[in-house]
Design a protein around this ligand. Structure first.
Ligand code: DQA
Length: 172
């Protein structure tokens, strides 16, 4: 009688090879939000509007779906966590949308992380940082960003996803 030994199934190539992952899978965009953006809706609504972080996530998810993209939407108040997520995106994502919030103006470490991932990065600010206090006019993160959108409210995230969809299509 013949007997067969069942060999363990090899994981699909797309799960082990980041290059194949990017080509084979629906492009995944990390949408990362920095400190205090969990307070959207109650935080200085005259500057940031009345919409909440959940509203923002819904807008991003609906936009991504319409573009045939997938998103991983996250918010943290911790600089190190934001940096860990940027590093994680290198393996798992095709691009990054980031609103680094206050860390835009202070974090060389976050800029270094974004420079190291070799992914398209778009920096978004809900408010127009250039019409506000002088310390908001400079962003370290902008050095690592392919594009920067500010002052258009939540729509800036929508426009960032549309731009990334075009960039990723051109790259293929
Ligand atoms: C912000 C602008 C930053 O200057 C500020 O620290 C934020 C939010 C924006 O989305 O407009 O927290 O990134």
């Amino acid at each position: 009688m013949l007997s067969f030994t069942r060999l363990p199934r090899a994981p699909p190539l797309a799960e082990t090879n980041p290059v194949c992952y990017r080509l084979c899978m629906t492009s995944l965009i990390y949408v990362l939000n920095g400190p205090n953006l969990n307070l959207l809706g109650t935080r200085e609504p005259e500057i940031y509007g009345a919409g909440t972080l959940d509203d923002l996530e819904t807008l991003c998810a609906e936009t991504a779906e319409g573009l045939g993209l997938a998103i991983e939407f996250r918010q943290t108040n911790l600089e190190g966590e934001l940096i860990t997520w940027v590093q994680e995106a290198r393996q798992k994502a095709a691009a990054i949308v980031i609103n680094p919030a206050g860390y835009s103006h202070t974090s060389i470490a976050l800029m270094d992380a974004l420079l190291s991932v070799e992914l398209p990065v778009i920096e978004v600010h809900i408010s127009n940082v250039h019409t506000r206090e002088k310390f908001r006019h400079h962003s370290y993160v902008s050095r690592a960003a392919q594009g920067v959108i500010c002052g258009l409210g939540f729509a800036g995230y929508r426009l960032a996803l549309i731009a990334l969809s075009d960039i990723l299509e051109e790259d293929q």
